[in-house]
Design a protein around this ligand. Structure first.
Ligand code: EPU
Length: 434
């Protein structure tokens, strides 16, 4: 297993290019199943969640060629299996998108039931509600979900909570259903719009993605397409926080500034300068950082996936900041690790109180999930001394060559192998993912 070793205290400067969005790619890759012809998908990030998606598709019979330059050619016409077994599904939470894609195409799917995860309970009741509204039946047995339908018929689906996963799954299943599906209280994240754009580029008829009502008129066939995944807003936000934490000066390329609005607004309040261009932003800090209050919310609110990174930044700011986590029950797992680095944070339920101490000290720490790992990297970059981060497989699920990109900006960060007998997290890459 590997760990990151960071010698903190170096300003980040220069230019960095953001990769394709994880949460869009893990929906778009299964969506290729719906096509009757090969597709070419560009700007696919090199992360372990994508590797797992590709492995699942291959195991089902898809013919996949990596064309270089973050691009895959995927021919789904050889798919014969409709099953995603436990051993593969448990490594990637988003394997639930295979339910919607397989159901939409073959009217049957067998996918392992996702378990709990470090963020707390992750129910899929809304996914199942959507499939049933379209005419599917499901059974749960031996940890597997079996979905079948004689045919799928468009219907009205009202989500009880705003959910990214269920919205995308409903879109996948409804794309080839007969008639009109109307999804109400839909999630509005950029990756919802990206999935809709991808499906439409194959001949689907989806309107309203990005608003809370999405209308899908079912089509019988979908054709091949060439499509480029949107840039990752959370990777961009993570670099913004890292630049700010090191009082750096960096141009971040391959971003959609509109997707970063809620992050940009908060960062500016904290004292970070941000200049926006068409597809890049310039981020720098030349003065003190100040406190801010942040409440996570579905898009266009402040994303929960940026909560831990901005909290780390606020430990370096003047004053008391309050963070309210409204999406996940357990997303303060990184707090104990930050405390080891000198942060003063008190958590009470979904609220974290951060007393900005202005400085952090290096320490050995462990990533407990993907964004917690990103937060610890930011802390390590800003801290005095050496920080060693274990369990970095969490980070590699969702960040494309994080250490290489940071090194190019001047960070002193190395990936180091931990000898097996000292490896407290043996087989950890096999653990269930968030
Ligand atoms: N929920 C239900 N029932 C459901 C589905 C969701 O009650 O059937 C609840 C959840 O418990 C949660 C809320 O609805 O409280 C929102 O969950 P959502 O379905 O939106 O989350 P998700 O689709 O499982 C995606 C991202 C997460 C991100 C959330 C929120 C992917 C693969 N994952 O999860 O990303 O935090 O949306 O934006 O797209 C990450 O990238 O680090 C990450 C965890």
């Amino acid at each position: 297993m590997d760990k990151f070793v960071i010698k903190g205290g170096r300003r980040l400067t220069g230019e960095v290019t953001i990769s394709g969005a994880k949460n869009a790619a893990v929906g778009i890759l299964p969506a290729v199943i719906l096509s009757d012809e090969p597709c070419i998908i560009e700007n696919v990030p090199t992360i372990s969640d994508v590797n797992i998606c590709i492995r699942i598709l291959r195991e089902m019979g898809a013919d996949i060629t990596f064309l270089g330059n973050d691009t895959y050619r995927i021919d789904p016409t050889g798919i014969r299996s409709h099953c995603v077994p436990y051993e593969t599904a448990r490594k990637m939470r988003a394997s639930y998108y295979f339910l919607g894609a397989l159901l939409g195409k073959y009217k049957k799917a067998r996918v392992s039931m996702p378990g709990g995860c470090p963020l707390g309970a992750r129910p899929i009741d809304q996914h199942l509600k959507a499939f049933c509204s379209l005419g599917a039946k499901y059974t749960l047995s031996q940890g597997m979900i079996d979905l079948t339908a004689d045919k799928l018929t468009g219907n009205q689906i009202f989500f009880d909570v705003v959910t990214v996963g269920a919205t995308m799954n409903a879109m996948l299943a409804a794309t080839k259903a007969e008639g009109l599906t109307i999804i109400e209280n839909a999630a509005k994240e950029p990756h919802i719009v990206d999935l809709a754009n991808f499906l439409n580029s194959m001949g689907a008829n989806i309107m309203g993605a990005g608003t809370d009502v999405i209308k899908i008129r079912g089509v019988q066939k979908l054709h091949g397409t060439t499509y480029s995944v949107i840039p990752d807003q959370i990777e961009a936000g993570t670099f913004m926080a890292a630049v700010a934490a090191t009082k750096g000066d960096v141009v971040i390329r391959n971003v959609i500034p509109k997707h970063l609005e809620s992050i940009t607004k908060k960062m500016e309040k904290i004292g970070v300068h941000i200049e926006q261009f068409d597809d890049s932003i310039h981020v720098w800090v030349d003065g003190p950082l100040v406190k801010a209050n942040i409440k996570t919310a579905p898009h266009p609110g402040f994303p929960t996936d940026m909560q831990s990174q901005i909290a780390t930044l606020l430990t370096l700011a003047e004053g008391t900041s309050i963070i309210t986590e409204n999406i996940w029950e357990q997303r303060f797992g990184y707090v104990d690790e930050l405390r080891r680095m000198g942060a003063d944070i008190t958590v009470n339920g979904k609220i974290a109180l951060i007393e900005g101490t202005g400085r952090l000290m290096g320490a050995p720490v462990k990533a407990c999930d993907l964004r917690a790992g990103a937060a610890l990297i930011i802390a390590g970059l800003a801290a005095a001394g050496i920080t060693e981060i274990e369990d970095i497989f969490h980070i590699e699920r969702g960040y494309d060559c994080m250490e290489g990109k940071l090194r190019a900006l001047g960070a002193d960060i190395e990936k180091v192998s931990i000898p097996d007998n000292k490896d407290s997290s043996k087989n950890s890459s096999d653990k269930a993912a968030v």
